[in-house]
Design a protein around this ligand. Structure first.
Ligand code: UD1
Length: 429
């Protein structure tokens, strides 16, 4: 049944949140288990729709997969299917990352082309060029990428012209099952890439340099099973820190090393927040009113594109004018239109947003169009005057494990109710 999220704004949030495992780390780790015929266990896996979609895809390829209490048991003794159909790639673009592991383990793969989405055209040329450099033959037919490795894959130098996170994941996984040395230059440096390299090393590959732009992978003919825990979600961590920042509250997040949040923490300080940090926690005290700040998104260690919508939401109430430039995805400003429904003053020109902070936002019915935009709407609902209703919760459920319970524990007035029709939604709040 469709649901709507009702938030009554105006409460100061206070308390502790333990962040869940990172979805964007769990996904490549799950795909990587396809490389081994032995049982694998992944722990601290968030309970999210994207994880269910991935498990369904793996089951169709021959994996026995069971999710229980944030732990997944995965075992692929044999690859029995080599196709990732349109439905699964459409539901989750990261399904495309199955291409490399299938090619490496089964010598062939048929993966539907993802196509564009709300944030950009999102090509996969870098994945394909990289796999071709490793000896794969790839052609496109009827919207499907067909890959084969007739002469087997060969280790060697591979270069990425842009540090794509997904292409780096795909190539790392593939190279781990090719005996010999692959040198991947122009690689993405995100913590999730380091985590994937750690998992592949635990499975028997030898990997150096993950976290820098050159990764050396000495692959193996066979990889072993693994028992591995997923790292904390840095985007979720920033979301809860911002919930404290916008409400002038005090929020402490734990379960993640502050270094992974460095660029976001710098922005929060510039916005007037006081921060304290420990080994795996950060505590934030928000000011009575945030200050404007300007930034552009960039690959790690720059400000992540995934926090852009979150900071924009917070800055709609800051004192002064902020300028935000989106440099990773070409059209990731769609949320501004919904933010304006709260009375936010945002003008967009190409990839640049100018946000003039307002002292008061007024609650409105709003609709999300992607995961982080949905969380941005929630942040605005926490401070807007009146009752905000957020629809299309599917997006929020893809990326935030237990967000309602976590915000309630911090003192937010928030609840999910069935969305029977508009009238009942208003009464229900
Ligand atoms: C991952 C994350 C996503 C995050 C993004 C950037 C997951 C599940 N998703 O997405 O949340 O916003 O990294 O940090 O982890 N590009 C090409 N050709 C390619 C591949 C990418 O031109 O073959 C471009 C994209 O269009 C985009 C940029 O590179 O403009 C970055 O994309 P990429 O890093 O690949 O993002 P994803 O891995 O899809």
């Amino acid at each position: 049944m469709q649901e709507v999220l009702c938030i009554t704004g105006g409460r100061k949030l206070e308390g502790d949140v333990r962040v869940s495992g990172a979805k964007n780390s769990a996904l490549p780790l799950i795909f990587a288990t396809l490389l081994s015929p032995e049982p694998c266990v992944l722990r601290n896996v968030p309970d999210l729709e994207d994880i269910s979609v991935t498990m369904r895809l793996l089951r169709s390829l021959g994996t026995k997969a069971k999710y229980e209490d944030h732990c997944i048991h995965l075992h692929t003794p044999e690859i029995t299917g080599t196709e990732a159909p349109y439905a699964s790639v459409k539901a989750l673009r990261a399904s495309f990352w199955v291409l490399g592991p299938l090619l490496a383990r089964a010598g062939q793969a048929q993966v539907s082309l993802p196509g564009g989405d709300a944030i950009g055209t999102r090509p996969v040329d870098l994945h394909i060029k990289g796999l071709q450099q490793l000896g794969a033959e790839i052609h496109m037919k009827h919207g499907v990428v067909h890959g084969t490795a007739p002469g087997g894959l060969q280790a060697g130098p591979v270069h990425l012209d842009f540090p794509s996170v997904g292409a780096t994941h795909n190539l790392l996984m593939t190279a781990a099952l090719i005996p010999g040395e692959t040198i991947l230059s122009g690689a993405a440096r995100e913590p999730e890439v380091v985590e994937l390299a750690n998992l592949l090393s635990a499975m028997g590959a030898e990997i150096e340099g993950a976290g820098s732009d050159i990764i050396i992978i000495r692959g193996r003919e066979r990889l072993k099973g693994v028992d591995f825990s997923v790292l904390g979600d840095r985007i979720e961590a920033v979301t809860y820190l911002l919930s404290g920042a916008v409400t002038a509250g005090r929020v402490r997040i734990s379960g993640i090393a502050p270094q992974a949040l460095h660029s976001s923490l710098e922005l929060l300080k510039e916005m007037g927040c006081e921060l304290q940090e420990g080994e795996d926690w950060v505590e934030l005290q928000g000011p009575e009113r945030l200050r404007a700040v300007s930034f552009c998104t960039a690959p790690y260690p720059g400000v992540a594109t995934d926090v852009q919508a979150l900071f924009m939401a917070a800055l709609t109430r800051a004192e002064g004018t902020s300028v935000i430039e989106e440099r990773v995805f070409e059209s990731r400003m769609g949320h501004a239109a919904e933010y304006r429904r709260f009375g936010a003053d945002i003008s967009i020109s190409a990839r640049i947003a100018r946000v003039s902070g307002k002292s008061i936002l007024s609650a409105a019915p709003v609709e999300s169009n992607d995961i982080r935009a949905a969380a941005g709407l929630v942040l605005m609902g926490l401070v807007a005057e009146g009752v905000t209703q957020v629809r299309e919760l599917y997006h929020l459920d893809r990326g935030y494990d237990g967000i309602v319970g976590k915000l309630e524990a911090l003192g937010a007035d928030i609840s999910r109710i069935p969305a029977f029709d508009n009238r009942e939604v208003v009464w229900g709040c």
